[in-house]
Design a binder for this molecule. Structure first.
Ligand code: AMP
Length: 424
């Protein structure tokens, strides 16, 4: 029996990997354009980093174990906690606001299904130390620009405010976390039980009505009716945020008071973006404003950010038929006959040194088998070198898209291959 990869994990072949790298490249480039800089943190962290404040949802999904020194460690289930840990130990010395992003794999012991894995890649961006309104608007604008840059057009942005529920549910943090968790999961049976335990069963109906409110500013009146006494500042904030987003050219936001987010550290604005073309796992990204620095022992500092699931972006792009730019092999060199072999390697070396991707026959095949192989690799040009080309110090270049073939000097081939290279 061949060994299978662990449940919920994926292998990615060369074509799939090229697509992933292409999207990753677009996301990185977009974040850089917005003034965000990349940072890296370990895949393995101390367990306590996540048990401190990530919330019950994340903790029960952790891949946690003892290392050989008996230390409790966990594979990261997300980036934010690591970034804040890094901020507290070092990044805090950078001028604020600090705008950073990270890309990498994260691990969650979830029930796998289409679009939901146990190991997946996230693209994460954070702003630390900017006032709430400009910071929140900037991260939402970045999130939407990332999708636009990939070519995804059909998206729905839903913005809510977790501070509204938090200020209403004046409970111990752990109890509040549980109530919000069940609201996030829309598990109303578990919510009822939790509220009963807290002797707050009267809140079930109002909370349910509140999280089901979705639409324009008109829902704020209904929300205030559903939860009498809820602090109005949250609604005012959402209005100002929508106005600021309009300055960024973001018009079509929907307010959704049911955006609760599974993580315990969110405190203010929360938002999610869906691709309506995907099935059950249609959420391509989520984020919001949070306060983790204080929880992890630092001074309070405003923080806001989001994470994209790379697999979901790819699925959304596929669903819309977006053509992703992928790099192709430029040249496949085919020396014909013994005397051409060393010239073939010379040509290969010159192409590679000139920055042109090039490969050569390693399997001692004949020219027609080599052409099949070059076509299967989707190379752009086959570079044939036989006796005639050797004598003329030229190369025969076959354009594998058009089938056209001509004899040209190597320098002309380099020029052509460099000039026609699509965006990698
Ligand atoms: P979260 O950190 O839970 O807010 O997730 C942020 C984004 O990561 C989501 O919007 C999804 O796109 C993606 N995501 C979350 N969980 C998974 C998973 N199990 N498999 C694949 N993508 C996921």
């Amino acid at each position: 029996m061949p060994i299978e990869p662990p449940r919920g994990t994926n292998d990615h072949g060369p074509d799939a990997m090229a697509r992933r790298r292409a999207v990753e490249g677009i996301l990185r480039e977009t974040a850089q354009r917005f003034g965000f800089r990349e940072i890296g943190t370990p895949t393995l962290e101390s367990l306590e980093l996540f048990t401190a404040k990530s919330g019950p949802g994340i903790v029960k999904e952790l891949y946690a174990f003892k290392d050989k020194g008996g230390r409790d460690v966990a594979l990261r289930p997300e980036f934010t906690a690591s970034i804040v840990r890094f901020y507290l130990s070092e990044l805090r010395n950078l001028p604020k606001p600090i705008k950073v992003y990270s890309v990498g794999n994260v691990f969650r012991y979830e029930e796998p299904q289409k679009g939901r894995y146990r190991e997946f890649t996230q693209f994460n961006a954070e702003i630390i130390g900017a006032p709430a309104l400009p910071g929140d608007a900037e991260v939402i604008a970045l999130a939407l620009e990332c999708l636009r840059a990939v070519g995804i057009k059909e998206v729905q942005v839903r913005i809510g405010h977790i501070g509204l529920l938090r200020s209403y549910l004046r409970l111990a943090p752990e109890d509040q976390g549980k109530v919000l968790h069940w609201l996030d999961k829309r598990n109303f049976t578990a919510l009822r039980e939790e509220l009963r335990r807290l002797e707050l069963q009267d809140l079930e109906d109002p909370l349910r009505r509140f999280v089901e409110l979705k639409g324009g500013v008109e829902i704020f009146t209904k929300a205030a009716e559903a939860l009498p006494g809820v602090r109005p500042q949250g609604f005012e904030y959402l209005r100002s945020l929508a106005a600021r987003l309009r300055d960024y050219g973001v018009e079509n936001v929907t307010f959704d008071l049911g955006v609760v987010r599974g993580l315990d550290y969110y405190t203010g604005m929360v938002f999610e973006v869906d691709s309506p073309n995907l099935g059950a796992e249609k959420q391509v990204m989520g984020g919001g404003a949070y306060n983790l620095a204080e929880t992890l022992g630092g001074d309070p500092v405003p923080q806001t950010g989001f994470a994209f699931g790379l697999d979901r972006i790819l699925m959304a792009a596929d669903a819309e038929g977006v053509k992703l730019p992928t790099s192709r092999l430029d040249c496949f060199v085919i020396p014909i006959g013994e005397p051409a072999q060393s010239r073939g390697i010379e040509v290969l070396r010159d192409l590679r040194r000139a920055g042109v991707s090039a490969d050569i026959d390693l399997a001692a095949r004949g020219p027609s088998k080599n052409l099949d192989y070059a076509n299967a690799l989707r190379a752009r040009y086959a570079v044939l070198i036989g006796e005639a080309e050797l004598n003329k110090r030229l190369v025969s270049v076959k354009d594998l898209d058009s089938g056209k073939q001509e004899e040209i000097p190597l320098e002309a081939l380099i020029e052509r291959a460099r000039g026609q290279r699509p965006r990698a």
